[in-house]
Design a binder for this molecule. Structure first.
Ligand SMILES: [Zn+2]
Length: 457
């Protein structure tokens, strides 16, 4: 049995979009309209700064002011590219089934390249050209100060919008605007220090080159990483893995592959489930999906391939009366638990461990606590002398796909031997009817929401 589900925030053709996730698609469209607005603002800001610097450069004859004018003109062209990138990334086409989100990363890479080229150009001019004597007066200084403050203010707003939407092109542009503190700042210093006959113009140009070079390289490297499908950030990947492992029916993660594309994250995985019934497995898959979507922002698609675990090893949990291996008649009140992993082909014990029951002091619900602890120990079956039918632990094990094996043996060794030879009867489990909530909900985990709730409709 293999279950494969894929869900998408948007109802792209061919992608199995479902009702629970449709509202998010609407939100995403509104977001994009908002983002495009920032593209337009940026074009306006660049145009204003270009004209301002053109005026200062023409009047003063300063090479640094001229370089800053060219820089702002380049920024204007980059703003047009950012706007186009945002428009393209929102476009849906059957020819691009994975979406056009990476258009934004392409723009970020081009932006990085442009900045590097400008850096080269400025360096070339500064090193080969003559440093012009400049005339300076008050309005020029005010103009340069303005061309320093405006992009920095704009940058902080754009960065906020870009981070909220996880948009790489807006974040790239906001980072670029930040370098204007240095670039326009140096023009200001040069003009203010005009009366001193120091070759500050040359130094200013070289500082601009360094500031450009750093930002340009960063954007280039980040953009290329995404284009080459690098995995998402380590801490987010770890968070996703923890969410998957917290699902009680998951025996282990077979593989997980993640990537960014523009402002979206894609998560693909294959998990081994302990449950065999199609309904239960499907529900587990939906729970994994909805939990990842709830906890991790900007997830465009979660693809879960689930198949039953292969039984090369079986891990048993057995309540014990003593550490010596006498099986207890009780479950929640048993003082010890044996955790034993057995190799299926030859019956050898791969791992054995006897743990004291730490839930004994609990006044109420100790049976359920113990059951949940055993689920976390990733056991496949419990071996019991008395039935748990109808109790909290019974539903906890049923929900988690853990078998309850009945034994009449008195010792652990005997019971394990019978278990391996298939001599033990299994407690039959009546799964909850499709669409009905399970009688057991893990107390320490998130309530089922989103896809899981809508699943039975
Ligand atoms: Zn710039």
């Amino acid at each position: 049995m293999t279950i494969e589900t894929r869900s998408s925030r948007s109802d792209a053709p061919g992608a199995g979009g479902n009702t629970a996730t449709t509202p998010l698609a609407t939100t995403s469209t509104i977001d994009t309209k908002n983002l495009e607005r920032w593209g337009w603002y940026s074009i306006g800001v660049s145009l204003f700064l270009t004209i301002l610097n053109l005026m200062v450069a023409t009047a003063s004859g300063s090479a640094a002011a001229q370089a800053e004018m060219v820089h702002n003109l380049t920024d204007g062209l980059a703003s047009v590219a950012v706007l186009l990138g945002l428009k393209v990334s929102n476009h849906r086409s059957p020819a691009f089934p994975y979406g056009l989100y990476k258009a934004e990363n392409v723009v970020a890479v081009v932006l990085g390249g442009l900045i590097l080229f400008t850096a080269y150009d400025v360096a070339h001019d500064a090193l080969t050209g003559q440093v012009l004597a400049a005339t300076v007066n008050g309005w020029m200084l005010a103009g340069v100060a303005l061309s320093m403050v405006v992009p920095v203010l704009f940058s902080s707003f754009e960065m906020k919008a870009g981070k909220a939407a996880n948009s790489p092109s807006l974040i790239a542009q906001a980072k670029e605007y930040r370098t204007h503190v240095v670039t326009s700042g140096m023009v200001l210093v040069v003009l203010a220090a005009q009366r001193l006959t120091l070759p500050l113009d040359l130094i200013a140009a070289l500082v601009i080159v360094v500031a450009f070079g750093k930002t340009g390289l960063e954007l280039l490297v980040d953009g290329l990483r995404v284009l080459l499908d690098a995995s998402i950030e380590d801490e987010v990947l770890e968070q996703i893995q923890d969410l998957i492992k917290a699902e009680p029916t998951v025996a282990h993660i077979r593989w997980i592959a993640t990537r960014n594309a523009g402002r979206c994250r894609f998560v693909d995985m294959c998990v081994a489930l302990r449950v065999h019934e199609l309904d239960l497995a499907e529900e587990a898959v939906h729970r994994i999906e909805s939990r990842i979507r709830e906890a991790v922002p900007h997830v465009e698609r979660v693809l879960v391939q689930a198949n039953p675990m292969t039984h090369t090893h079986v891990r048993y949990g057995v309540p014990l009366e003593d550490a010596g291996g006498t099986i207890s008649l009780h479950f929640g009140d048993a003082p010890f638990f044996a955790l034993t992993t057995i190799r299926q082909d030859d019956g050898t014990v791969a791992e054995q461990h006897v743990a004291a029951n730490t839930c004994l002091e609990n006044e109420r619900g100790k049976g359920l606590r113990v059951a949940e602890w055993l689920v976390d120990q990733k056991i496949d079956a419990v071996i019991l002398r008395a039935t748990l039918r109808g109790s909290g632990p019974y539903y906890c094990f049923a929900y988690s796909g853990i078998k309850m094996l009945k034994t009449e043996a008195l010792t652990l060794q005997k019971a394990l031997e019978h278990a391996r030879l298939g001599k033990l009867d299994e407690e039959l489990i009546a799964p909850p009817a499709r669409g009905q909530a399970s009688p057991y909900l893990p107390s320490w985990r998130l309530p089922m929401t989103g896809t899981a709730k809508n699943h039975g409709n």
